[in-house]
Design a protein around this ligand. Sequence first.
Ligand SMILES: [Zn+2]
Ligand SMILES: [Zn+2]
Length: 136
Amino acid sequence: MSASGKCLCGAVRFSAESVETHIHSCHCSMCRSWTSGPMFGVAAQGVQFDGEEHIGRYVSSEWAERGFCKQCGSSLFYRMKEPEQYILAMGAFDDAEQFKLTGEIYIDEKPGGYDFAGDHPRLTGAEFLASLAGSQ
Ligand SMILES: [Zn+2]
Ligand SMILES: [Zn+2]
């Protein structure tokens, strides 16, 4: 499905042609620092931005960067460089009602003080990385 969204202040808007309805939540320490909680990510293709000049890009690893609004600080996306893949922040979508949590990753880095309900896969960081290697 296609979908649109924006940052908190509205300086950055985006649209995406093909957006998955599955949410993956990442509990890794980097995502938690970046979003103040687990990241809720949605894979998308055909992503276009309005207000590109307001997007800050933080190179968080050799293979990925994280985009945010320079005015309001909203977390907007995680972008894998090669092959390019956008993971958009669920909270930035205009309508988040269509998304459903279907998996958690880096469960081994999750603090003990919260848990998500639901019967879905929960992968450790090592299991997640192994799953990526297996799919390529
Ligand atoms: Zn903003
Ligand atoms: Zn993470």
